[in-house]
Write a protein that binds this ligand. Structure first.
Ligand SMILES: Cc1cc2nc3c(=O)[nH]c(=O)nc-3n(C[C@H](O)[C@H](O)[C@H](O)COP(=O)(O)OP(=O)(O)OC[C@H]3O[C@@H](n4cnc5c(N)ncnc54)[C@H](O)[C@@H]3O)c2cc1C
Length: 123
């Protein structure tokens, strides 16, 4: 039984490695619209990437997607794993620049941040 589990794990590990190497090769195409998450398992070709610039920029991007009938994907640091967060031919909202710290109450330990905020975000 143990042996079978070991063999199965090895096969899964090799399959993951093969897909990972395949996606690495695809990434080398230098196509900025071919994107992936941290797992690199499922590269997806999107229609356009919009780096969010405030609420107005997000609104404009959504209006554009609506007008062109494009699906919308939202990405932060793309640390999800499995490729499930991107739609092919989507307008991708890159939220990383929507990252201001809006307020910080040190006493109550309450922080308000824009939704692309990460640990390194600035006030
Ligand atoms: C090595 C590794 C270690 C990890 N360790 C931990 C851990 O210890 N604890 C833990 O909780 N998680 C952990 N994770 C998971 C990871 O932290 C989460 O997947 C991460 O929080 C997702 O953030 P992201 O910005 O990368 O989102 P993405 O992967 O870019 O997106 C994830 C989902 O959130 C949506 N989304 C992203 N940004 C926004 C936004 N601004 N507004 C609206 N929707 C948005 C996307 O549409 C998508 O559905 C780990 C992941 C990795 C790869």
């Amino acid at each position: 039984m143990k042996r079978k589990v070991l063999i199965l794990c090895s096969v899964l590990f090799m399959a993951y490695g093969a897909v990972f190497l395949y996606s690495l090769g695809k990434q080398k195409s230098n196509d900025p619209l071919l994107i992936h998450d941290v797992s690199r398992l499922v590269p997806v070709h999107v229609n356009k990437i919009v780096k969010t610039q405030g609420e107005d920029g997000i609104k404009k991007a959504l209006q554009e997607a609506n007008k062109k009938n494009l699906p919308v994907s939202i990405a932060g640091s793309r640390h999800s794993q499995g490729g499930h967060i991107f739609y092919p031919n989507a307008l991708l909202l890159d939220m990383k620049s929507y990252s201001k710290i809006l307020s910080l109450d040190k006493e109550k330990k309450i922080i308000r941040v824009q939704s692309g905020g990460i640990k390194k975000s600035k006030h």
